[in-house]
Design a protein around this ligand. Structure first.
Ligand SMILES: [Zn+2]
Length: 305
């Protein structure tokens, strides 16, 4: 077995064991001895079938994520293409105006009423260069205009084509898979999570409420899954950093809590309270096992009610 196979088998066995454990103590009622794909809930008794279980990165690998869960190949492909790609493009777009070292930024220049495609390149020391792209126009036009003393009237940074909603669903997907990674099947098999899966599998329709995420500057120890315990906000959150390799942004994404209507869990209050102190349970500085530790799960349940 190669490294990837060992990792897949380890995750497969771990979450089957978690499902059996949760069934044994009455936290969930489901089939035993199966791995359930967290996105489509298909049951798998083996890793390799015609729809095999594949390593899934949350956050996406190109944004610094690691693969700690398995989804079925069908879900992995569909979500990657329809959802994750939008987030990756947007995060790279957000870096562009910062003119960060070691990057090249596609731009359009307006000079003497002519639009010219070009690129700003920034080396590791931060030195900037303007390069007129050979690919999209005659490089002599720019040289010619500058020689004639024409001033650049406008520089526009070219952005990727993305669907803003799908970008949000990518945040939701990462948050959801983190909840699965942390708590196993404890939350995701609850019917309150149907809406999350429905949104992930139907990115053409808006199903999940608006205003379920914010960015926030918190210490890295706040990455992970928590219960948000502010007076007016009750939800689960997944906190994570997206790392483009050039910049890091921390996201706080709200997920449902069992027995609490989604419009109460998520009601734009997060946005209103972003300047207040968000209160998280459990303490971010203590690592706890919620897959197999009965006491931790019981204490968590008490804190949800
Ligand atoms: Zn699936």
């Amino acid at each position: 077995m190669n490294k990837q196979e060992i990792k897949r088998t380890g995750i497969f066995n771990k979450y089957i064991k978690n499902l059996n454990f949760l069934n044994e103590y009455g936290f969930v009622q489901s089939k035993k001895n199966v791995y359930i794909c967290p996105i489509c809930l298909s049951n798998h008794t083996e890793i390799n079938t015609e729809n095999p279980l594949t390593l899934e990165d949350a956050p996406p690998k190109s944004l610094g994520g690691k693969a700690n869960t398995l989804t079925c190949k069908k879900c992995n492909n569909e979500c990657g293409y329809k959802i994750d790609s939008h987030l990756v493009k947007r995060m790279r777009d957000l870096d562009k105006p910062k003119l960060l070292p070691n990057s090249s930024i596609p731009i359009e220049i307006k000079i003497d009423n002519e639009i010219i495609r070009a690129e700003i390149t920034i080396d590791t020391e931060g030195n900037q260069k303007l390069i007129s792209s050979l690919k999209n126009n005659n490089p002599n036009i720019l040289r010619d205009r500058i020689k004639k003393g024409k001033k650049i009237e406008q520089i526009t940074i070219l952005r990727e084509q993305i669907k803003p909603d799908n970008l949000e669903y990518a945040l939701l997907k990462t948050a959801y898979l983190m909840v699965f990674e942390k708590f196993g099947y404890l939350f995701i098999l609850d019917k309150s999570y149907d809406i999350v899966r429905e949104q992930l599998t139907k990115p053409n329709q808006r199903i999940y409420p608006n205003g379920f995420w914010i960015t926030q500057n918190l210490p890295e120890s706040y990455c992970g899954c928590f219960i948000l315990k502010n007076k007016d906000i009750k939800s689960l959150t997944s906190n994570f950093i997206l790392d483009t390799g050039k910049s890091k942004t921390m996201f706080i994404v709200q997920l449902p809590l069992p027995n609490l209507p989604i419009n109460i869990s998520i009601s734009k209050k997060l946005e209103q309270e972003r300047k207040m102190n968000l209160k998280f349970y459990p303490n971010p500085n203590i690592e706890r096992d919620y897959l197999f530790n009965l006491d931790n799960i019981k204490e968590l349940k008490v804190n949800i009610e």
